[in-house]
Design a binder for this molecule. Sequence first.
Ligand SMILES: Nc1ncnc2c1ncn2[C@@H]1O[C@H](COP(=O)(O)OP(=O)(O)O)[C@@H](O)[C@H]1O
Ligand SMILES: C=C(OP(=O)(O)O)C(=O)O
Ligand SMILES: [Ca+2]
Ligand SMILES: [Mn+2]
Length: 694
Amino acid sequence: MTYDELSERPGIPSFILFLFSSSPLCLQFLREEMAANASGRVNMAAIGGTGRNGLAKIHTEKKAEGICHDDSTPPVKAHTIDELHSLQKKKSAPTTPINGIQGPFTALSEEERHKLQLQSISASLASLTRETGPNVVKGDPAKQSETPRISHVSHLHVTPTISVSDSSLKFTHILYNLSPAELYEQAIKYEKGSFITSSGALATLSGAKTGRSPKDKRVVRDQTTDDELWWGKGSPNIEMDEQTFLVNRERAVDYLNSLDKIFVNDQFLNWDPENRIKVRIVSARAYHSLFMHNMCIRPTPEELENFGTPDFTIYNAGQFPCNRYTHYMTSSTSIDLNLARREMVILGTQYAGEMKKGLFSVMHYLMPKRQILSLHSGCNMGKDGDVALFFGLSGTGKTTLSTDHNRYLIGDDEHCWTDNGISNIEGGCYAKCIDLSREKEPEIWNAIKFGTVLENVVFDEHTREVDYTDKAVTENTRAAYPIEYIPNAKIPCVAPRPTNVILLACDAFGVLPPVSKLSLPQTMYHFISGYTALVAGTEEGIKEPQATFSACFGAAFIMLHPTKYAAMLAAKMQKHGATGWLVNTGWSGGRYGSGSRIKLAYTRKIIDAIHSGSLLKANYKKTEVFGLEIPTEVEGVPSEIFEPMNTWSDKKAYKETLLKLAGLFKKNFEVFVNHKIGKDNKLTEEILAAGPIF
Ligand SMILES: Nc1ncnc2c1ncn2[C@@H]1O[C@H](COP(=O)(O)OP(=O)(O)O)[C@@H](O)[C@H]1O
Ligand SMILES: C=C(OP(=O)(O)O)C(=O)O
Ligand SMILES: [Ca+2]
Ligand SMILES: [Mn+2]
């Protein structure tokens, strides 16, 4: 065997080869060792003869001849360890020709498309004062061996002039649509608090903010939005001017460009192909990139090649605060929406839910313009094609109840209702995991595996088993996973028109019945009221449940006046004959503190009876004050719980609590009494009359 032959062998560092090449004796030894290893034939019989005091001498079985020409494992063609390592990875760029796919870039060569892609990213990151994008380069700056794919941004080869700042002399490394595996490596290497849990999920920390910050949301008020949007009391849209938006945008962009590398996700929203929105998310953390990878719709490689210019861009500079001396800022956190520029800026919060709910707000603006109703609801479909919507505020059960092993999951949180039916806006789910159990929620439990982002959970430092009961970081622990991690998710996530519209309320007062059948005016009354007891944690500062009214079960995300959405919902329900239901997933037998939460198993039975149609045929009686139709029995549920008064030992306390809640409903609805719901005067009057009477 020659030195050259030997050096073709894998796993032998070149310095060893060098040493051995000078000594024939050594070469002989090495030859024998390698022959044994390469053929894998270690003589086991010889091992049997070992004495207690020493290691057995391993005799290798020698081939009569041609030891270096073992054909069972052909030699790997590598001269160095680095070369060997380079064999491990192959290029995953889409090799499929993009014929048949429509789009602006279809006719271009691969190189031209890449150039345009980098130019588009550079343009996204352009400072508005310098009016040029940064020099962008694809890939991790830590990987020295990889020759960067440099963008051919025009000023790249131009000598910088005084008007160009130092930042344009550096490259901004872009980690573009990385895979979950790549994002895991980035998170674990570079982000403190990132760990792999025993089930394979990526545990991360969102930092000081572990819930949304609705008080820090700002929307640019310009000529258009002044007319179109809902402003003032009760509205989530707190105004800012264009100039202040640009100040914050510049702050975010400068921060992002100052980093060694940033993440860019190009993805889609909305499974309805006619109303699909292209979104770009620029962020500083692998955690944020993986979160959005899971939550938005993931493009195919071909769709990505042909992505073009995004319809909407998020700049997430969440680790960096806003400047409190900036006009309109009241804290170091700011989430700013500019509809005209189609941009959102995030400063001072790393809570990932801010991005998904921010995009939801955008959809609540864009979709109604196209006569499409956007819904803060979950959605699932039975085997026979019956569709149910689950409206409700945070923590009321949209995710838990739409995830149902007997039904196809369409989505857990954000949908659109067109004349054709329902489409999910997202490509993933975002489940609360406090007290999550394998027994009660097996589908969600099993979805927490490789690829899933687990926010703010506590785990054993050694075994990495998650303790879902631990609230040490926050009560609002969350799992974000791609929707296909739920076995019966329906892909594409679209469904026919709904038959049942289920309004979920987690009633901390314990006076609403576990289920009531609603008339259309009642459905509208409760939809506009949007009552629940806000469960701790999802919004900053809420430490224990308290009564909340949030119009359309999502006032934090709507952009137009609630009656606009209500009118659309009423028209759709009237036209398609859907039935409304009010389901209390909260307390029974007393208010929060004395009663207890209705068992999930009972709520599921109630929901089953709604889906099957059997509850529609049940016997009903009407409750006092709220005038709700309650069934006398549902299979699998103790009958005494349907009438809340039965479950309270203190009947007087029950009556007082009922009246107290009724008063809160009435007071909340006062702001709506002078509003018409659509063009229908009669319906408007009926809705006003559908509230509690006392
Ligand atoms: N009777 C019940 N119905 C629905 N959810 C319940 C019930 N009892 C307890 N829960 C718990 O309440 C939480 C509901 O949260 P989730 O489904 O994530 O709400 P949403 O998606 O509306 O924000 C889950 O943690 C679930 O396990
Ligand atoms: C992510 C959220 O949604 P939900 O609690 O409705 O699942 C949120 O409100 O921050
Ligand atoms: Ca200020
Ligand atoms: Mn949810």
